[in-house]
Design a binder for this molecule. Structure first.
Ligand code: C2E
Ligand code: MG
Ligand code: MG
Length: 314
């Protein structure tokens, strides 16, 4: 039996030509071009500024004790990368991404420290702290949230997800501030869910009972898991940036992205495209009816104050 996604690709192959529109032949029926041009200009200016400022070199070795000490010293930050509505480019939420403001090396991304945190178990405490920070931000901006589907997504690694304390932290974070739980979303990778499917299904059901939504991160990488995922209470899938990145040069990747979007919609899940870096990518995703877009084209992950400053005023 063919996997559903393979059938979709074949069907698309028969019925649709997945075209790559150049910027010149965009008909811009929805008026995106001007919005995207403005965003593009801002992004280009930002890149220029970044290139000009001398970046610190990455550390070659971080000792395990350093991370623990740094956390206790308050060197970690939560950065926010906007998620925008594909139809209007309105910011309708964010993904929370952990950063280490290292006194010597500058801002470090998670690949430098998350594996170590998982090994030492510090990830549980840090994960609870991220949830609290995100809930505090949601509270601080609650009067400015106009879109009913607003949420801030928090990443949860397989190590965290298997720990019942995480679930308690999740619910406490939202409850203690008396916030509606749907302002929070958790992002789980396919592996986190499939490694221990039965336990994951139970935890996910519980999370949904509280109104917190669930998104599947890096979606599409493990195709054969779709039949399992379709049976879980998943609100959204995040199409992996590797497909998005190759769309411009690969017809196969365009077909895969189109198929993933259609399949997810048919299964009642929203689609978020990750790693959107160019206007043609954004336009293609809009054409394919992908609902939410996230990537450097719309905004890089930035500190909380910078993210809040981008939100529309009351
Ligand atoms: P992810 O959840 O798939 O996050 C998306 C990654 O893609 C982020 O990398 C983001 O900065 C990057 N990104 C976003 N837009 C673009 C784009 O247009 N182009 C390119 N090239 N990259 C883009 P980052 O921040 O380095 O995070 C890496 C991973 O670390 C995340 O992947 C997530 O799995 C993990 N992570 C981040 N924060 C946390 C956290 O608080 N807890 C846990 N457990 N994991 C986290
Ligand atoms: Mg993520
Ligand atoms: Mg991802």
């Amino acid at each position: 039996m063919l996997l559903p996604v393979v059938r979709y690709i074949q069907e698309l192959e028969r019925n649709t030509r997945i075209e790559w529109k150049s910027m010149a032949d965009n008909n811009d029926a929805l008026g995106f071009t001007s919005v995207f041009r403005t965003l593009l200009k801002t992004e280009q200016e930002e890149q220029q500024t970044r290139a000009e400022s001398s970046l610190p070199s990455a550390p070659s070795l971080i000792a395990p004790g350093d991370v623990q000490r740094a956390f206790e010293n308050g060197e970690f930050r939560v950065y926010y990368q906007p998620k925008v509505l594909a139809t209007t480019a309105e910011i309708v939420g964010a993904e929370a991404l952990l950063r280490w403001q290292h006194p010597e090396f500058g801002v470090l991304t998670p690949n430098f420290f998350i594996p170590g945190m998982e090994k030492s178990g510090l990830i549980h405490e840090v994960g609870a702290w991220v949830l609290r920070r995100v809930s505090e931000l949601n509270l601080a901006i609650s009067t400015r949230i106009k879109n009913p589907s607003w949420n801030i997504a928090v990443n949860v690694s397989p190590v965290q997800f298997g720990n019942p304390a995480y679930l308690r932290a999740l619910l406490r974070a939202a409850k203690s501030l008396n916030l509606p739980n749907q302002l929070l979303e958790i992002e789980l990778t396919e592996t986190a869910v499939l490694e221990n499917f039965k336990q994951a299904a139970e935890l996910m059901a519980l999370i949904r009972e509280y109104g917190v939504t669930i998104a599947i991160d890096d979606f599409g990488v493990g195709f054969n898991s779709i039949s399992h995922l379709a049976r879980l209470p998943i609100s959204a899938v995040k199409i992996d940036s590797s497909f998005v990145g190759r769309m411009e040069t690969s017809e196969v990747d365009r077909k895969i992205v189109a198929a993933l979007i259609r399949l997810s919609h048919d299964l009642g899940m929203k689609t978020v495209a990750e790693g959107v870096e160019t206007m043609p990518q954004a336009q293609f995703l809009v054409d394919q009816q992908c609902q939410l877009l996230q990537g450097f084209f719309f905004g890089r992950p930035v500190p909380q104050e910078e993210f809040v400053a981008k939100l529309p005023m009351l």
